[in-house]
Each structure stands twice: as C-alpha cells, then as structure tokens.
Design a protein around this ligand. Structure first.
Ligand code: ATP
Length: 454
C-alpha cells in the first residue's frame, strides 16, 4: 500500500503556487485538455478537449442530464441553435447591458478589466497610463447571408438560456406539461471576455448546462430550495469535496437587474475562491420580455383554476469547463514514495474516463495475452471504458493509469492460468488511491467495478 503523504491534497498542496501549472501540464501530457489552435500559437480563451478530456466531459454532462432531466418526470430537453434572431438578445437585455468595464493603456494599447487590477490607473504590462473606463459588450458579432450591413448582424449566444425561453411555447404546445416543469439544455456559449485566464476557468468559448424551471409565482421559494439541494448533490456526484464548495448569497446591489435572489456556488480553485455555478430566481422577467418583444403570448393556463399567467423561473446554471477544472484541481494528488513522487487523480469512478485497465503481466507470453483479452472482453460487457495496456513494465502501466485517474488495474498472470490450481481464474485487482492489491475471481472484479461506477 502507498503511504498518503503530507502533500496529499491537503492545504499544503492547494497552497502550492505551482498547482495550476501541474494540472495544466498533466492535462496536456495525458490528453485531457490542449490549448486551442496550438500549432498556430494558440487563440486566447480557447481550449480543446483531447481524447480523455472528451470522455470526462461527456461523463459530467451525462450525469447532469441524468440528475437534472432524465430521472425526473417534470423535465424536458431542447437543443437550440447558437445563432438566433438578434431580437432575442435585444429583449433579454444582452445587447444593451451584457458588458464589462474596460480600460485601455494609452502607451501599449493593451486592454484590461479595471476591477481585476491592483491599480486601475496604471498599466500592469508597461506602467503606462490607463484611459477612461468604458463598457465593452461581450457578445461576439457575426453576419448571416451575403450582405454585410447592420441588418445581417447576429450574435453567438452568450448563454444557452435564450434558446430555452424562445422554445417555452413550443414545449407547452407540443407536450402540454403541467406546471411546475423545466427545460434543460447543454451547449456552447460565447463571451468575448476582456481577460480570459486561469486555464479553462474564464473562456471565450465555453459549455453550459442550464435549466429554466417554470413555477407559479407563489411557489418560487420551494423550487429554489429544491434546485439548491440538487446542485449540492451534483457537486457530490462528480466528486467535489463538500468543504471546497461554498454558497455566496449575492446582495441586492450585486444581483442582475432581473433577479430577486441569486446564490453563487463558489469553489476553492488553486487561484482562489471563485464562481463555479449560479442559481437565480429570474421572476417572470424573461418570458414577459420575450412576449412583449415578439408579440407572442407566453403564458400558462392552469386547467383546474382556468387562471392564465406568466410563470416565474428558477435557473440553475452550471459551466461544464469550470466543473471540469474543479474536478481536476480537487482530484490532483501527490504521494511521496521515498524520493519519487507518485501523481494521481482521485476521480470519482462514475466520471473517470477509464474505469479499469486490463493487462497481461508479460506481453510476450501469448497465453497470458489471450487470457487478458478474454477478461477485458468480459469486463467490457459492464462498461466500454475498460482499457488495454501492455506497454512497459507493470509499474509504468500503473503510473500512467494513476495519472489519468483510472480507479482499477487488473493484471493477468500465470496463476490466472492455473499455475497454482487454487488461484486459477483469479486476477490481481489494484486500487488507484491506496495501491492496495487483492486476488479476486473475474466475477468478483466485475462486481467491484459495477458497484463503483453506479
Ligand atoms: P463571472 O462572474 O465569473 O464572469 P458570470 O456570473 O458572468 O461569471 P453566468 O452568466 O452566471 O456567469 O454564467 C453561468 C455559468 O457559466 C457560470 O456560473 C460559469 O460556470 C459559466 N461561465 C460563465 N462565464 C464563463 C467563462 N467565461 N468561461 C467559462 N465558464 C463560464
């Protein structure tokens, strides 16, 4: 078994000034996250998910879909477009108000968010004087069709919510859901952040998992509490330690104008406590604004009371990328193995990209390889994420799997083949976090994996 070192994700590791660098380096080395357009020198605020990152992202999104949509009878899905009629963003207030303060250096012309600077008058790059603060709209503009005038301007959506509100009537008319009900959507959103930073924390192209939950105006508090609990359950399900997720009740002055109550879920990232997700009570602001601007009735008719009204909305909004960064940062571990450091990701088995790795003890023994292939095929009936590795020695294979957070490694040796008859058809199951090894039958291994990933 491995000793858990002092460094093991305790305060010492979180306070390690190099922790972000270590996470970024591991993410690249092991194929989780790559800088966007890297061979051309990159593009600020963009990152690509690599082979393992894609699976991690899918696992997070699938879990969210399961908990926020599929396990419930009151939730529906949509997949709306990124390009929408620009009137959507006029009505929602984004055209006039989705902006951040911006200052430009008079000398080097670089631009900054003054609220992110120690001295909002002095350029942090060249010490030149910073100009007047002005508002900078964060929506990306593009043009539809061949004409290039103002009438063809459209925006890349800055949040997925717009496509949910514009489909409210379609969902009501097609499926006749009873209130309360919600619409869930996962998708890309785009924000021209003035200063993208902190790896995948502040991106220009990001993914969101959003719910708009429609309720009677009098029922908003109960729904707010339910979704608040759900967000904590989701944090737990993806493996975020309870003590690292905090609620911040956003004060009246700091809330968006449409919100009557907002809680920011914050996370202790290596660079400080920052917003992970948001939960907002948006009143009837959105449906009323879209109804007015589109001249479409966006109401709900209560069949029992015959009352017609505009539903109010609770919105849990979760960034996929910030979730993944929180997962990587809190799962990163270093064990001091007496001079050598063992690095591993203590990922929750449910979201780990690879659930188990199967390998033959020696790759030049055909009988071991054949048996190992057989075991892998058997285990893949439980889950496709059962990997194969026969490169290098067993120690090296374990290290590689540790770094990508594979919870179990399974080794097939001569005893599996029956060298000592009492051990025939048993394998070694090695646990990622402790290094502990057990001798188990193949059905027992299958049972261990299934119960861990449920
Ligand atoms: P911040 O104050 O950090 O800019 P925000 O309050 O503007 O965030 P929201 O508009 O509430 O964020 O967006 C909902 C969620 O989308 C956030 O809680 C976060 O998880 C995610 N998100 C927002 N902006 C970004 C971004 N630039 N990069 C990555 N994720 C983001």
């Amino acid at each position: 078994m491995y000793p858990h070192s002092e460094l093991c994700n305790n305060d010492a590791l979180m306070a390690d000034a190099n922790l972000m660098e270590k996470i970024i380096s591991l993410a690249k080395r092991r194929g989780f996250v790559f800088p966007g357009s890297e061979i051309y020198g990159g593009l600020a605020g963009t990152f690509d998910y690599g082979p393992l990152g894609v699976v991690l992202k899918e696992n997070v999104e699938r879990l969210w879909l399961q908990m926020f949509r599929d396990d419930r009878d009151d939730m529906y899905g949509v997949d709306a477009t990124i390009l929408m009629n620009p009137k959507v963003w006029e009505a929602s207030g984004h055209v006039s108000g989705f902006s951040d303060p911006l200052v430009e250096c008079e000398k080097c012309k670089k631009r900054f968010r003054p609220d992110h600077l120690d001295d909002p008058k002095k350029c942090p790059e060249c010490e030149g004087t910073l100009g007047e603060v002005r508002q900078f709209n964060m929506m990306f503009k593009t043009q539809v069709g061949a004409t290039a005038d103002e009438s063809s301007v459209v925006y890349l959506r800055p949040e997925t919510a717009g496509g949910i509100f514009t489909n409210f009537k379609n969902v009501v008319d097609s499926l006749h859901p009873k209130l309360p009900f919600g619409i869930a959507q996962i998708g890309k959103a785009f924000r021209n952040e003035i200063a993208p930073r902190d790896f995948i924390f502040r991106l220009r192209e990001l993914s969101q998992m959003e719910v708009e939950y429609f309720v009677k105006p009098t029922d908003w508090e109960q729904a707010f509490e339910e979704w608040r609990k759900m967000m904590h359950l989701f944090a737990e399900a993806v493996g975020l330690p309870q003590g690292m997720v905090h609620e911040l009740e956003v004060s009246d002055g700091d809330r968006a104008h449409y919100s009557k109550r907002t809680i920011d879920f914050e996370f202790d990232y290596p660079f400080g406590r920052k917003e992970l997700w948001g939960l907002a009570y948006r009143t009837d602001f959105d449906l009323s604004a879209h109804a007015g601007a589109s001249s479409t009735e966006l109401t709900y008719l209560d069949e029992e009371t015959k009352e017609k009204f505009v539903p109010h909305v609770i919105e849990p909004s979760l960034g996929v990328d910030r979730t993944i960064l929180a997962i990587l940062a809190s799962a990163y571990r270093e064990d001091d193995m007496g001079g050598e450091v063992r690095t591993y990701l203590a990922l929750a088995p449910k979201i780990a990209p690879v659930k188990a790795m199967v390998s033959p003890l020696l790759k030049n023994k055909p009988e071991l390889v054949a048996k190992a292939r057989e075991v892998r095929a058997e285990l893949r009936k439980i889950h496709p994420g059962i990997a194969w590795d026969d490169n290098g020695n067993i120690g090296k294979r374990y290290r590689r799997q540790d770094e990508i957070g594979t919870p179990f490694c399974i080794t097939i040796d001569f005893d599996t083949l029956g060298e000592h008859s009492e051990l025939a058809d048993t394998v070694t199951l090695r646990h990622r976090d402790t290094g502990e090894q057990e001798r188990l039958t193949i059905p027992e291994v299958a049972e261990r994996i299934s119960s861990a990933i449920q």
